[in-house]
Ligand binder design. Structure first.
Ligand SMILES: [Zn+2]
Length: 180
């Protein structure tokens, strides 16, 4: 089932610290299916459970073919939904790069975000097995964006600021087409 997306910088669901998943209940399995059904038609490269209204630690990573870069992580396949439960980033590289990000929960906003190029992470796969691996490229970037979501952080909070000018970050934003 395609779920309705939670949107908006001030949306309390998107600002909540999500809870760990202790048991793979039927509703957790349904949530996984629904997240997969939701991300592709919306054109997303990733999705976190709070974005569909569930404040639990589940994320999905989907690296599209046109943005595929070497990930160093063999389980990551182009255009495949990669689901992680209770993901944790254990280490981040000091080398970083800028990339323009967007978010299904912030429609019409795009901005340059500086993030570490490589991360070492762990999490649980859908079958309950534990994965611990290092990844780089788009997989690493999307992973960081989605882990931020389950910690109540949106990419807008991290927009790259020009040298000493805090207002500069806003110039990266494309304003919404309609004001509400
Ligand atoms: Zn997002």
């Amino acid at each position: 089932m395609v779920r309705t997306l939670e949107t908006g910088s001030d949306n309390p669901i998107l600002r909540t610290q999500s809870s760990p998943i202790r048991k793979r209940t039927r509703s957790i399995k349904k949530l996984a299916r629904d997240m997969k059904a939701t991300v592709k038609p919306k054109g997303g490269m990733g999705l976190a459970a709070p974005q569909v209204g569930e404040t639990v630690r589940m994320i999905l990573i989907n690296v599209p073919a046109d943005l595929y870069t070497e990930t160093g992580f063999e389980e990551c396949e182009v255009n495949e939904n990669y689901l992680l439960i209770n993901p944790e980033i254990l280490w981040k590289s000091t080398d970083q790069s800028l990339f323009e990000e967007g978010c299904l929960s912030l429609p019409d906003y795009f901005g340059q975000v500086m993030r570490p190029n490589r991360v070492h992470f762990q999490g649980e796969r859908e079958d309950g097995s534990v994965i611990e691996a290092t990844a780089e490229g788009m997989f690493a970037r999307i992973l960081q964006h989605e882990v931020d979501h389950i910690n109540g952080i949106l990419f807008r909070d991290k927009l790259h600021r020009g040298a000493g000018d805090s207002s500069h970050a806003m110039s990266y934003l494309t304003p919404p087409k309609t004001e509400e």
